[in-house]
Design a protein around this ligand. Structure first.
Ligand code: SF4
Length: 408
């Protein structure tokens, strides 16, 4: 099977595909949490890590990201051991950003402290709202009060963390968003991610939306909410450095920035996608299939670690070549240029012409002459200092801008 070829990858993503229940808007791959399966899964993850470490030439990691799913359900012992193993197999910069996503419903002070001791230096907290009605609509197992309590604790132990907020919920008023923002800003989180509710295919919300049972706010209100949030966050000294992301000075999300810069990244776990600069490989999103491939003997990670048998297990590991574990998709140069462009346009810096030239050996202004002309006349992009970037209107209508590059 053809595979990715990494010359350099600065980031490693680790998927934890377990949640205690499924939020009806979410399309990330996850299954019901079970302690036993997490233990089997962790061994499988380690086997994939071993395999991956053989493939990468220059493996100096700048960022490690535990995403999901709900990584805060993993006992911190597992996270600690995984970070130790990553450090054995890869060179990790001393200043590496090591993030774990946490759900307020499955975290407490003891776990926050244990995650920090395990080597996590940044948390991404799935707050989404402080309004109990909206939290329950979103299927979140937390409450406004619990979210505040967790943010307080996170603030006590972590300098660097992010909080996610969702807006443009059915029947949400501007005043409710204002209250959510005020509450969030009272904690002064170093980083905030702000998303409007999107309806994804194959989710319970998608079915309800199609049956007419769920109505999103009108486009004008959605735009008004977004503009309002921008004003509030900018006034509170946050840099709007990416369409959905805001940071205090020096607290930009370094891991995600690697995605937006179209740079290579490694990934582990079912449903996780890695990228080598021109091809993307996506592990099949099926936990049973993944376990069959990477842990066919159903070995317990905890027992193997406690009995010091990891090296023996690695030597014995012999995956079945008949089992297809991932799909590979290589982008043509035209597709690479399009992806590079719309990812860079997500950032406030936009596209620098010299960087585009260095990457593709072509002039951005010649390749996208017509698109630039059209987007400039619709006031969606601006040009200046040898770069283009989105205007405020362009940020609101970002998907329209991106389509121009993709549909060329
Ligand atoms: S907890 Fe997060 S990953 Fe799990 S279903 Fe909800 S939104 Fe999706």
């Amino acid at each position: 099977m053809p595979d990715l070829s990494f010359k350099q990858a600065n980031a490693l993503y680790i998927h934890f595909p377990f949640c205690s229940s499924k939020c009806p808007y979410c399309d990330f791959y996850s299954v019901k949490y079970s302690k036993k399966r997490v233990d089997l899964y962790w061994f499988a993850l380690f086997m994939e890590l071993e395999e991956l470490s053989q493939k990468v030439d220059n493996n100096l990691l700048q960022t490690i990201y535990f995403g999901g799913g709900t990584p805060s359900l993993v006992p911190p012992f597992y996270i600690k051991e995984m970070i130790k193993l990553i450090r054995k197999r890869f060179r990790v910069t001393p200043t590496a950003e090591i993030t774990a996503e946490v759900n307020p419903a499955s975290i407490n002070e003891e776990k926050i402290v244990a995650l920090k001791r395990a080597g996590i230096n940044r948390l991404s907290v799935g707050i989404q709202s402080f309004n109990d009605h909206h939290l329950s609509f979103l299927g979140r197992e937390s409450s406004g009060e619990k979210n505040k309590k967790i943010l307080n604790l996170v603030n006590n132990y972590f300098n660097n963390y992010s909080a996610d907020l969702i807006f443009a919920l059915p029947n949400q008023t501007l005043n409710e968003l204002k209250k959510d923002l005020e509450t969030l800003l009272s904690f002064k989180p170093p980083h905030i991610s702000l998303y409007n509710l999107e309806i994804h295919e194959n989710t319970p919300f998608y079915k309800r939306y199609n049956r007419g049972e769920l109505k999103l706010p009108a486009e004008e209100l959605d735009a008004e909410m977004y503009e309002f949030a921008l004003e509030q966050l900018t006034a509170a000294d946050y840099q709007h450095y990416e369409i959905s992301n805001f940071a205090q000075r020096a607290y930009r999300a370094r891991h995600n920035y690697i995605y937006w810069l179209f740079e290579p990244y490694l990934a582990l776990g079912p449903g996780a996608a890695a990228f080598d600069g021109s091809c993307r490989s996506e592990n099949i999103a099926d936990l049973n299939h993944y376990l069959k491939y990477y842990n066919p003997e159903k070995l317990s990670f905890k027992e193997i670690i406690e009995n010091n048998q990891l090296l023996d297990s690695v030597k014995k590991f012999n995956p079945n070549p008949e089992i297809k574990i991932r799909n590979l998709n290589c982008l043509s140069k035209k597709e690479q240029m399009a992806e590079y462009s719309f990812l860079a346009l997500r950032t406030s810096a936009g596209i620098f012409y010299h960087q585009f030239y260095r990457k593709f050996d072509l002039e951005f202004k010649l390749v996208y002459k017509d698109e630039i002309k059209e987007l400039k006349s619709s006031k969606l992009i601006k040009e200046g200092n040898e770069r283009i970037y989105l205007t405020e209107k362009g940020k609101e209508l970002a998907n329209e801008v991106f389509l121009k590059f993709l549909l060329d």
